[in-house]
Design a protein around this ligand. Structure first.
Ligand SMILES: *[C@@H]1O[C@H](CO)[C@@H](O)[C@H](O)[C@H]1NC(C)=O
Ligand SMILES: *[C@@H]1O[C@H](CO)[C@@H](O)[C@H](O)[C@H]1NC(C)=O
Ligand SMILES: *[C@@H]1O[C@H](CO)[C@@H](O)[C@H](O)[C@H]1NC(C)=O
Ligand SMILES: *[C@@H]1O[C@H](CO)[C@@H](O)[C@H](O)[C@H]1NC(C)=O
Ligand SMILES: *[C@@H]1O[C@H](CO)[C@@H](O)[C@H](O)[C@H]1NC(C)=O
Ligand SMILES: *[C@@H]1O[C@H](CO)[C@@H](O)[C@H](O)[C@H]1NC(C)=O
Length: 500
């Protein structure tokens, strides 16, 4: 970091001096004075001498010294101004479906009593037209009475709290407050709540048709190839946005994730809070957050892990979205897919080397030995209508507002291809449990998907990792501009070819 700053300073000093010389040439009499000003790259502003500044600028040699007459109205606000947008000028007295939430809470539906949090550990908040939903990473606050605490755009508390309770686990529904931009939760009105978090708008018509939630990434298996396969695969199936939950990946893998963030395909949600928890213990909190995050954001959301590909099998529906397009019964709110397991008996590579290497390592080329189809109750995966569901769990909704809890998808239409790494990392006996679904047989993925996916994976990976290089002499020419320092490759060459 320090090195970067030094480089930046070295690079800009020559420009800074040119600037000072031009701007202040009327004030500073001699070149010596300019030199004495070396350390003072500061523009003094006297509020009462705007006129003289104008004179100075008009007389200066700056070629582009256009001066404004009036302050831009868009920016003519002060530090305390906090105007309220029309869409946010709403106050409500209650939250929807409150009595049903009470009922479910009274029956302890979804109570977890998990881990040891002594705070709510807020994760995110979303404002819908009739409520604000706060998600948390604690899983031991079920049915607790709490207060929603609202803050304006300058994080000043809006003293109009709302009493609510934790339901479902890791969630609080709050009424709306005009101008609320940040929110926190507290157990009493007197205590200082934990850090407030921004409230993300979900007011417009849902902007996506199919999105995908990817369960939390963690563990030591390299991920970049599985991540690019996952995203490019579901894009082929019609998905247009991904919520990827992150515990940790290597710096190398992170570059790919961030490139997908850059192109607007992905939002990365970092899973971290103030409390002890092993990496694999984030799953429930992740599912809950992704469920609420996708309400009124997408019509359909697939809730899957990095190693799961929902695969369409019929001639009628070639992609997931073509299948979903056929569903118009408003009571179908959860499509439930059976699973076929694939033995994944090797780790994916840590780095891109070349096209041949990568093509060979692609999951759908390297691992094709499929089990029989499991039953509907063996680790099924779902595509849901998020706003119809009150509480979501890993394999199915727990409580729903309306519709049919599970609509089973016939395996001739679709199944989940689940690449199961059999190296025993967290859960022992993965291989044994999979062998229950023998016999296994080689079943490659369908040809057109293989072709399109292979090329889209190669394109993305090369764009991200195959950095265009230049000869050392060209690098040296650039380094030299930064105060005459040398390129590392240049120094290396000098060492290897000592001057006589
Ligand atoms: C600037 O001018 C105003 C009005 O003429 C005067 O009240 C104020 O004290 C001046 N401020 C400074 C810093 O000179
Ligand atoms: C839940 O709340 C929404 C929004 O107010 C309402 O449209 C819906 O009818 C409610 N559902 C049930 C089953 O009460
Ligand atoms: C929940 O239980 C409380 C106390 O037992 C009761 O007052 C309330 O009416 C119950 N609410 C529902 C919706 O059943
Ligand atoms: C939930 O909280 C309400 C209100 O505090 C209470 O009446 C009810 O008994 C609680 N239910 C359970 C199952 O804890
Ligand atoms: C699944 O579809 C196949 C082919 O249409 C059919 O033979 C089978 O009965 C269906 N299974 C169920 C459980 O509906
Ligand atoms: C597929 O897996 C089964 C079960 O482990 C194994 O017996 C079989 O030889 C495998 N098939 C191939 C072609 O590798």
């Amino acid at each position: 970091m320090v090195a970067v700053w030094i480089l930046l300073i070295l690079f800009f000093i020559p420009f800074a001096f040119t600037f000072i010389q031009v701007t202040f040439s009327k004030d500073l009499k001699t070149l010596e004075e300019v030199k004495n000003a070396k350390e003072e790259i500061v523009h003094y502003v006297n509020l009462n001498e705007t006129v003289s500044i104008q004179k100075l600028e008009k007389n200066s040699e700056l070629p582009n010294s256009y001066l404004e007459e009036k302050e831009d109205p868009l920016f003519s606000f002060n530090s305390n101004d906090c105007p309220i947008e029309e869409w946010n000028n709403i106050r409500t007295d209650s939250v929807p479906n409150l009595s049903r939430h009470r009922e479910w809470a009274n029956m302890s539906i979804g109570r977890r009593n998990y881990l040891y949090h002594d705070s709510f550990a807020l994760l995110a908040a979303f404002v819908f037209k009739d409520q604000i939903t706060v998600t948390m990473t604690s899983e031991n606050q079920f049915n607790k009475t709490v207060y929603c605490r609202y803050y304006d755009c300058r994080r000043k508390e809006i003293p109009d709290q709302f009493e609510s309770f934790v339901y479902p686990e890791s969630t609080v529904f709050c009424a709306r407050r005009a101008g609320a931009k940040y929110i926190s939760i507290s157990e009493t009105l007197e205590e200082t709540p934990e850090y407030s978090i921004p409230i993300v708008p979900r007011i417009e018509k849902p902007s996506h048709y199919l999105t995908v939630c990817m369960a939390t990434l963690y563990g030591d298996e390299p991920k970049f190839l599985q991540i690019v396969d996952f995203i490019e695969y579901y894009k082929l199936q019609g998905a247009t946005f991904f919520h990827i939950y992150l515990r940790e990946v290597t710096g190398y893998d992170r570059v790919l994730l961030d490139d997908y963030v850059r192109t607007g395909d992905v939002e990365v949600i970092k899973m971290h809070d103030h409390f002890w928890r092993d990496d694999f213990m984030w799953h429930n909190a992740q599912i809950n957050d992704c469920h609420h995050r996708n309400k009124y954001f997408s019509k359909w959301t697939a809730v899957v892990d990095i190693d799961e590909r929902i695969e369409m099998r019929s001639d009628e529906f070639k992609t997931i979205t073509s299948f979903l397009d056929s569903v118009h019964d408003p009571n179908i709110i959860n499509l439930h897919f059976k699973v076929q397991w694939i033995i994944k008996d090797a780790n994916s590579p840590a780095k891109y080397e070349n096209d041949q290497q990568l093509t060979k390592e692609m999951l759908f080329h390297k691992f094709q030995n499929l089990s029989q189809v499991g039953s509907f109750w063996e680790q099924p995966k779902c595509i849901i209508r998020p706003e119809k569901i009150a509480m979501m769990t890993i394999h199915a909704p727990m409580s729903i507002y309306s519709g049919i809890r599970r609509s089973l998808v016939n395996e001739t239409i679709g199944v989940v291809r689940h690449y199961r790494n059999v190296e025993q990392r967290v859960f022992a006996g993965a291989l044994e449990r999979m062998m229950v679904h023998a016999p296994f047989s080689i079943q490659p993925i369908i040809r057109w998907i293989d072709e399109v996916l292979t090329s889209s994976i190669l394109n993305r990976i090369k764009w991200v990792y195959d950095i265009v290089n230049v000869p050392c002499s060209k690098k040296q020419a650039i380094y030299k501009k930064h105060g005459g320092i040398n390129a590392p490759c240049w120094l290396e060459q000098q060492k290897n070819e000592p001057q006589p």
